[in-house]
Design a protein around this ligand. Structure first.
Ligand code: SAH
Ligand code: SF4
Length: 352
């Protein structure tokens, strides 16, 4: 029988499992505490449960843990990037950033991505599979363990589209915010989506105090459909309507992500059109100088254009930031390390 993924269970689910094994309930609380508070990756670290139970758990369950394939530390700031290897030989990435207000981790939610955005490295090699709740959590536990630190903020902005792995992501959010676990408040978590509109409404119904980031990247359908195929399914107006509902219901400011791509979406006309679209919106615009991904053939906008774009938005009353590029020497943007790994592996294969 395949061993069950114990770190994906909520405390209540774990209690059920423990009951089925004929064990008292307090054991579930102890085990949950070891996994989610103390970061244990083996039942044999659980010193207060006895050898017999350790063996029994080990026969029935597995504690997922990420194994570090590669770790890069930026020379410029304290950014650390990990490439993790999964048991099925897939790779995933996460980045730990040292922001002024606490250590932030950027986690992946899928291996690969189905959404096919033209500028993004995550979809190179296609979509492989969903990550389980424990595989999303495991990135945080592995980084904490390796660095001997405590993470205080989480952004779901690594590889993959979180709302395309909705159930596992919601489960992850519940586990990571659980007071019996890491206990990171929803206000310290941001979820970024390319705009799967029905799932934004589902999220809204849950009324979590989560920050929603939306990858807008264009002021109109013509440009957005060219760079983000998802726009053919749910267009800019439908997306903005869902965002408006989200902001109204949660009173949380939406963060719009806008990658500045030279000659594609960075003109003053685009800035004026975007200002009109977002007028009166409870939001924040985050301009991201596009990371150049060799296979994708797009260029980063010039600083002058980025600054001019920002100025136009601000003149129209919008709050705007230009995202700092952290860890620029270690390919710290999503999907890039895995992209390198994949091409390395392809290279090895073609030499054989
Ligand atoms: N799939 C989700 C979350 C992961 S991507 C989403 O698309 O929102 C995290 C952010 O990085 C998104 O805003 C995404 O559009 C942006 N991004 C992806 N590739 C980029 C690149 N080459 N340059 C700048 N931003 C990029
Ligand atoms: Fe997927 Fe987001 Fe990259 Fe688009 S930007 S391909 S949705 S990870």
């Amino acid at each position: 029988m395949e061993k069950r993924d114990i770190a994906s269970y909520s405390l209540d689910e774990l209690k059920e499992q423990i009951k089925e094994l004929g064990l008292p309930q307090f054991r579930a609380t102890q085990i949950y505490d070891w996994i989610h508070k103390k970061g244990a990756i083996s039942f044999y670290e659980m010193t207060n449960i006895g050898k017999q139970l350790q063996d029994k758990l080990n026969d029935n369950f597995v504690i997922f843990s990420c194994s570090i394939e590669k770790k890069l530390v930026s020379r410029y700031d304290n950014t650390v990037k990990y490439l993790f290897k999964l048991p099925d030989d897939e790779y995933l990435e996460c980045v730990v950033m040292d922001y002024k207000y606490g250590l932030t981790i950027c986690v992946s939610t899928q291996v690969g991505c189905k959404m096919g955005c033209s500028f993004c490295a995550s979809g190179i090699g296609g979509f492989k599979r969903q990550l389980s709740p424990s595989e999303i959590l495991g990135q945080i536990y592995a980084a904490q363990r390796d660095l001997g630190i405590r993470i205080s903020r989480i952004v779901l902005m690594g590889m993959g589209e979180p709302l395309d792995n909705y159930d596992n992501v919601i489960k992850f959010l519940k586990l990571v915010s659980d007071e019996n676990g890491l206990n990171i408040g929803m206000r310290h978590i941001s979820l970024s989506t390319s705009g799967i509109v029905p799932r934004i409404y589902d999220l809204l119904d849950l009324n979590l105090q989560l920050t929603l980031s939306v990858s807008l990247h264009a002021p109109n359908n013509e440009i957005r459909s060219k760079i983000m195929p998802v726009n053919n399914k749910w267009d800019v107006d439908e997306l903005l309507k869902a965002c408006k509902n989200y902001a109204d219901k949660t009173s949380r400011r939406i963060s719009f992500e806008y990658a500045m791509i030279k000659g594609v979406n960075d003109t003053p006309e685009c800035a004026r059109e975007l200002s009109k679209k977002l007028k009166g919106f409870l939001c924040h615009v985050n301009l991201i100088p596009a990371n150049e991904v060799p296979e994708k053939g797009h260029e980063r906008s010039d600083d002058n254009n980025i600054n001019a774009f920002k100025e136009i938005l601000e003149k129209n009353g919008l709050t705007v930031t230009i995202r700092r590029t952290l860890g620029s020497d270690i390919n710290a943007s999503c999907g890039q390390l895995r992209r390198e790994k994949l091409s390395e592996t392809r290279g090895e294969r073609s030499e054989n």
